[in-house]
Design a protein around this ligand. Structure first.
Ligand SMILES: C[S@@+](CC[C@H](N)C(=O)[O-])C[C@H]1O[C@@H](n2cnc3c(N)ncnc32)[C@H](O)[C@@H]1O
Length: 440
């Protein structure tokens, strides 16, 4: 069938057989030659889906309203907020091991399709973070909003409505503290359980931006604009605990503003640190004093892991947030070989500025935000790093694109794994370790 631009199935109920997972948490099904991205479905199920977003091209989006033939991997959703329609735990109806397998398939598929990377194991294996089996209560930094009635909750999917059933991700002590604080209407709330067991609650005015247009991309852009207007560190009223949290990996401690970046899962920083340590220790052809770049380095968690593996390493942490770098210097400054650079990574790597007082890097570690490092950054890294690259990425598509740049420049993939760092959701962290041409 030829698909016409004017087609619109919005509101139609379709009976479909579900195929595999797509990037973004929906599942693929087909009807009359068009793809339907189905929310709330599972591989091989027969479902009835209501079309709720139809851009009028070769695909549309829908939500499952009845499961006619359920998968054995379907379980009762553990997240009350998601069951009530919130956008938080979109895979909370999928059994944990099955969800990890599905996430590994998405990582492998994106690697092949976008990165043109041959993966030896598909699905890519997805590990529990530091063997932590928690499916609920794993999040130690959480956010809520209050609506006009002042009750804290999370947003309904693709809506500004507030759902007050609890989300299962956050440690339950956080919501208890938020409820006891009695915060008023129209506030954004931040709750943190830090690594010394202290609870911090802060709130500020909700900043909103109306979507310009329909669909989830418009909603996402509106959220991004709102976040950009409400800068980090601004406007918080601290009502429980104080403005500074303590974070720990092993024996090291970081003092950070409560809204500074820290890995969301309570065991993620430890897991990634273990991976970095192992990757630095056996980087091919590298001495006991490697030169290392920790790009998008935050408070230097991976720099710390590097120093544990190679105490004489000379490390440059590149990061745009000054509060994170101050915390890195305070936590690691006593270790001689640390240099912090407050800069966007793109600027740090600009032509003519690729040199480092420590010399060309043996190992480059990258942990960019969701959009990934991008092709120009990866091309420079491919030319500059001597031995090994470790890329940690929370979006399988941008990770695939970034790693694909290295692979097409002749780098070989030594390890490619996922980490179930966001249980109950489709989100997954991917970690790729690559060796320079001629080094493996
Ligand atoms: C995913 S976090 C990783 C932080 C650190 N590796 C950790 O595990 O705590 C990404 C970091 O990159 C920083 N960032 C975002 N865009 C950046 C850019 N273009 N250049 C430098 N840093 C950036 C953010 O402030 C954030 O600290």
């Amino acid at each position: 069938m030829t698909v016409r631009e004017s087609i619109d199935w919005t509101g139609q109920v379709l009976r479909v057989r579900v195929e595999g997972p797509a990037h973004g948490g929906e599942f693929v099904a087909r009807h009359s030659g068009r793809v339907i991205f189905c929310r709330g479905a599972l591989t091989a199920e027969q479902v009835e889906v209501v079309v709720d977003d139809d851009p009028g091209k070769g695909f549309c989006r829908g939500t499952v309203r009845a499961v006619l033939e359920p998968s054995p991997d379907r379980v009762r959703p553990v997240c009350e907020a998601a069951a009530a329609g919130a956008g938080c735990c979109d895979w909370s109806y999928i059994d944990g091991p099955a969800a990890r397998d599905l996430a590994g398939r998405v990582i492998g598929e994106q690697a092949a399709r976008i990165g043109r990377i041959g993966i030896p194991h598909s699905p890519v294996p997805v590990d529990l973070p530091a063997d932590d089996p928690a499916t609920t209560g794993w999040r130690t930094t959480a956010r809520w909003v209050t609506g006009a009635d002042g009750r804290p909750g999370v947003r309904r999917a693709r809506s500004r409505d507030v759902i007050t059933e609890p989300c299962s991700q956050s440690d339950p002590r956080l919501l208890d503290a938020v409820l006891s604080a009695g915060i008023g209407p129209d506030r954004e709330i931040l709750g943190v359980l830090d690594d010394e067991g202290a609870i911090h609650v802060a709130h500020r005015a909700v900043t909103e931006d109306r979507p310009r247009g329909r669909g989830r991309n418009a909603a996402r852009s509106a959220a991004t604009r709102a976040r950009a207007r409400q800068a980090r560190g601004r406007g918080w009223e601290h009502v429980v605990g104080g403005p500074t949290m303590v974070r720990r990996v092993g024996e090291r401690r970081w003092h950070l503003p409560v809204d500074a970046f820290w890995q969301a899962h309570r065991s993620a920083a430890t897991h990634y640190s273990d991976v970095v340590r192992a990757a630095v220790v056996d980087a091919p052809g590298v001495s006991g004093a490697p030169v290392v770049w920790d790009l998008y380095g935050g408070a230097g968690v991976f720099a710390a892991a590097t120093l544990d593996a190679a105490p004489h390493a000379r490390i440059t942490v590149v990061e745009s947030a000054p509060d994170a770098l101050a915390a890195a210097e305070a936590a690691l400054g006593a270790d001689g070989g640390l240099r912090t650079v407050r800069s966007r990574v793109e600027t740090f790597l600009e032509p003519g500025d690729e040199t480092d007082p420590f010399g060309r890097p043996d190992v480059v570690i990258l942990d960019p935000p969701r959009g990934g490092a991008g092709i120009p950054v990866m091309e420079t890294v491919a030319r500059t790093a001597r031995s090994r690259v470790v890329h940690v990425g929370c979006d399988p598509a941008s990770l695939a694109r970034d790693v694909g740049v290295l692979v097409s420049a002749g780098w070989s993939l030594r390890e490619f794994r996922g980490v179930a760092a966001f249980p109950g959701t489709h989100h997954v962290e991917g970690i790729a370790v690559l060796d320079a041409p001629g080094r493996n």
